[in-house]
Write a protein that binds this ligand. Sequence first.
Ligand code: SAH
Length: 384
Amino acid sequence: MSETQSQLEGQPEQLVKFGSPMINLLGLDRTGLETYFESIGEKKFRASQVMKWIHQLGIVDFQMMNNLSKNLRNQLEQTSCVENIEVAEDLISKDGTRKWLLRLPDGNHIEAVFIPEKERGTLCVSSQVGCALDCSFCSTGRQGFNRNLTTAEIISQVWLASKLLEDEKKPGRKITNVVMMGMGEPLLNFDNVVSAVRIMMDDFAYGLSKRRVTVSTAGVVPAMDRLGDIIDMRLAVSLHAANDELRDALVPVNKKYPLKELMAACRRFIDKQNSRSRITFEYVLLDGVNDKPEHARELITLLKDIPTLMNLIPFNPFENSGYRTSSNNAVSRFSNILHDAGMTTVVRKTRGEDIDAACGQLAGKIEDKSRRHRRFAEPRFGME
Ligand code: SAH
């Protein structure tokens, strides 16, 4: 092991370039880069210079970084790299949504999606190859789980999307928000996700404000507490049911962290935030399963003392899902009940359906280690 590597021991695994002992600077947040530069006898401020080159200017060739000495450029070239993952497929939906299938060095594939709206452009980013949580209505979950993404692999999605959208040279195609709502459970890849979020928020990188970066969780309670302790940002919680019996069936992690604990964790998270924000709750509406008026009323009781932004998501179907999308009537009846109770409620529009880019449709191509996909054909909860 080289001296630099031993000094960086304890840093996340992404210090190592994919498949070689070189250090991939793409995956280092400011603290990581400062440690790196100090370890090679350089000043800390090199970190912000290099961050700017990589993330703001999209430059990956050290020789072009002309505010670094020639010596340093050569040294960086020998010991490190800025290496992105590869774009395997690039699809644009008729509604303007753009989806990338991205190939990882180990042959797995993940997906990232850009969703343009009137006043903002949201990039939906993956945090894991597959997902271990097995939510019954989620296509990613059906694919099984392979591994966590490194910080470099997470941030590479933002780097690539920024560059490819800029290449379009069209107005309204800029990333203003990032949501960790792609493949995977971000809070089960805690350290790498936090480093990536720090890069997204860093003024020398993507400079997104804390209100514009959202981590979405199915409810991994201890990690929600850790997140609240160290970072001020938006949290979304995938709720989908307001009683434990139903939630156990839809979101199995509920058996470990039931609703009482989850709600307490939400309250603690809000208390820790500087700006007294709200929690975004996501609720997929499944026909006949969780979309009845009594479910809405139960939800109101559950969330009565939590500042809430409710995101209702019409179920996006996929093959053999075993579920049906709620009717428009059921969706508006549900949403009206919440609205009348004073809950801020948004029905999320389905975007990018024609390119399988909608919520829960991201599947990538995963070499499943959990062998879960073999159970694909089994009847699921809610099936008739
Ligand atoms: N594991 C995290 C991040 C995934 S976010 C989480 O659960 O929050 C993806 C969001 O899309 C989650 O709210 C998820 O429940 C929702 N979703 C999954 N499958 C869906 C489907 N088929 N239709 C609509 N939304 C779905």
